[in-house]
Ligand binder design. Structure first.
Ligand SMILES: Cc1cc2nc3c(=O)[nH]c(=O)nc-3n(C[C@H](O)[C@H](O)[C@H](O)COP(=O)(O)OP(=O)(O)OC[C@H]3O[C@@H](n4cnc5c(N)ncnc54)[C@H](O)[C@@H]3O)c2cc1C
Length: 288
């Protein structure tokens, strides 16, 4: 169930030049939210920006007894909405609604034996909780929502330059294999993250699933990579959206179906943001 609330900011820490981690106290949403889901946030009591901004759940904060109490979001300052969030401090209030959207696949299956998490830009944000969940290091949502399975996880993150790798240590401390790529060669592989992913897939062991989040051109390349390497692939879209709960239809994307056109629009906020890469009619997106 989606909850509309006003929540208190507990901290809003600068992780890098334009990257922040905000922690908001909201136990009811923290108890429910699943890896890959998101919430809409905006500063409380202001009309500019009028619309909330979608941010993926980064992690859930817990009390000493392990009860979910707060939610962390990591965000890149891009424009008006994220700039307004960056100006908040402890004790300030935000309007927060969620949990929104679907989650990444979570139930143990052959597909989830070896999961490759492939992030571009600020697209790493859903993957800390995805990794913890798959590895059984943390539970999210109702305890019965997921049984722990035998899963290995590796993480590949591509950014323009190394200062954008804020929070990489959060992933390294999980004990998973981590690789980075930078466009300018300032850290890790010099070049495209999808080229690095292809090298690692070809070297083996082969992943049984790819989960990806990042800018659209990267996701087009990831969808192609998944198809060529025959690895089931899921992508989380970062489409711009207004309401976040399926009413305004501002975030639609073309998804294949059995209609005469072969596809119809789905709402990224409600039916997504996570889709099988083969379900998306990428040609329609690229030509828009
Ligand atoms: C489901 C979902 C989860 C997301 N999770 C995160 C997250 O965890 N952390 C994070 O930093 N961001 C995330 N985003 C993206 C984030 O919502 C946008 O960056 C934010 O809404 C920008 O708002 P703004 O007012 O700061 O920028 P605006 O003033 O709206 O835009 C500033 C500039 O960024 C461009 N821009 C804004 N939004 C997008 C977009 N979605 N795609 C392409 N270009 C865009 C604009 O064209 C403009 O050039 C997510 C998006 C979705 C849909």
């Amino acid at each position: 169930m989606v909850l509309q609330s006003t929540a208190t900011v507990l901290s809003n820490e600068m992780l890098g030049e334009t990257i922040f981690k905000i922690r908001v106290e909201q136990p009811a949403i923290a108890r429910e939210i699943l890896p890959g889901q998101f919430a809409m946030l905006r500063p409380h009591g202001r009309t500019d920006p009028l619309l909330g901004r979608p941010l993926a759940m980064y992690d859930v904060g817990r009390s000493d007894s392990g009860e979910p109490t707060s939610i962390d979001f990591v965000y890149l300052v891009q424009g008006n909405g994220t700039r307004a969030l960056a100006s908040l401090g402890p004790g300030d209030r935000v309007d927060l609604w969620g949990p929104l959207g679907n989650s990444f696949p979570r139930h143990p299956s052959n597909d989830l034996k070896r999961v490759l998490l492939l992030a571009g830009g600020i697209g790493q944000t859903p993957f800390l909780s995805v990794a913890k969940d798959l590895l059984g290091q943390q539970t999210y949502g109702a305890p019965a929502n997921r049984q722990a399975g035998e899963t290995s996880v590796s993480f590949i993150w591509g950014v323009r330059t190394k200062s954008l790798l804020a929070g990489l240590n959060d992933f390294q401390t999980l004990g998973i294999e981590c690789h980075v790529a930078t466009d300018d060669g300032s850290a890790g592989h010099h070049g495209r993250v999808t080229d690095l992913a292809r090298q690692l897939i070809e070297r083996g062991p082969r992943p049984t699933a790819i989960f990806s989040c990042g800018p659209e051109p990267m996701l087009v390349a990831v969808a192609r990579l998944g198809q060529e390497c025959q690895v089931p692939t899921w992508v989380s879209l970062e489409t711009r959206m207004a309401c976040g709960y399926g009413v305004c239809f501002s975030c639609v994307c073309p998804v294949k179906d059995s209609s005469p056109a072969g596809w119809d629009y789905s709402r990224v906020c409600l039916e997504g943001p996570i889709f099988r890469s083969t379900a998306i009619e990428w040609n329609e997106i690229v030509h828009q």
